[in-house]
Write a protein of this length. Sequence first.
Length: 367
Amino acid sequence: MKIITIVGARPQFIKAAVVSREIEKHNMESSTDKIDEIIVHTGQHYDDNMSDVFFKEMQIPVPRYHLGIGGGMHGAMTGRMLESLEGLMLEEKPDVVLVYGDTNSTLAGALAAAKLCIPVAHVEAGLRSYNMQMPEEINRILTDRVSRRLFCPTETAVNNLKREGAGEWPGVQVHNVGDVMYDAALFYCKQARAGQIVAELLERHKKGFYLATVHRQENTDDPVRLGSIITTLDKIAEKLPVILPVHPRTRKNLNRIGTDIKNIVCIEPVGYFDMICLLDNCRAVFTDSGGVQKEAYFFHKPCITLRDETEWVELVEHGYNCLVGAERELILAAEKEFVQRTRDYSIPLYGDGRAGERIVDILHRLR
């Protein structure tokens, strides 16, 4: 069996590492019925700190193809990926194309495969923020609609797809497999060691710090929202350090609007192991990332989400997460009140850590 795996951005590298490890395990246990996985890196995240470091430290197989397609407007980027992936699939003739999450790489891989009548399997299917201004929401909805196997991380995601009629789509199966990012957290937390820069930060701020990430287009491309978020975090950092790994897009837009940062500890983007160490040691998380919201929960940290909505609604419902958007007063109030609450993290929201195993078992039967 031949599978093409499409990746292009940080969260996808983490998710793919889980499934690739299970594919390798399957191949070691099977003498004849092996799976040939061809990893294709679109190049959507092309900075070493956003890409190569993940493959090295997570021991993900080196991509067999690297398309080098990064930067530019959404339509142009997706179009170039679609053209390259179509030719690659015609050459390789895979049995299945596996895509992750909600990026332009996800959509391009799904469309290229669907138009060639190659079954598409979507990991992290069924998520909905119901904000059609988000490029990610458009990508995930369209990807779900052309996929044959929909691998959901939660029962909420399953119910979202049922409401959209997925159970009646010909040849489509919906599976609640659990969250592969939970698999990753359980597996890699045992071996994660901080690099020199993060280790020095942890030593310097051993009395406590907040961790922040800001990268979503709705925040970074809006000068008012970005300015409000950063100046508020800078205010919070007057009393407790805020460590902010700065995404390239965020850095570019901060330079453009000239925001004066006095207190935030700004560092370059970090690899997964460094991120685990920061999450494990911080007091709370401020983020607009979908993945980091869950990672905060995995490491039992309260999460203040710098968005107006979230696809991870169960985190809000159970009190692990609160939505504050970019409003200064809401962010300050959440830091003062929400962070201090006591929480029970024993509620199993994202499966049992065997999502990757279930995905490979189902894929193996998809021919």
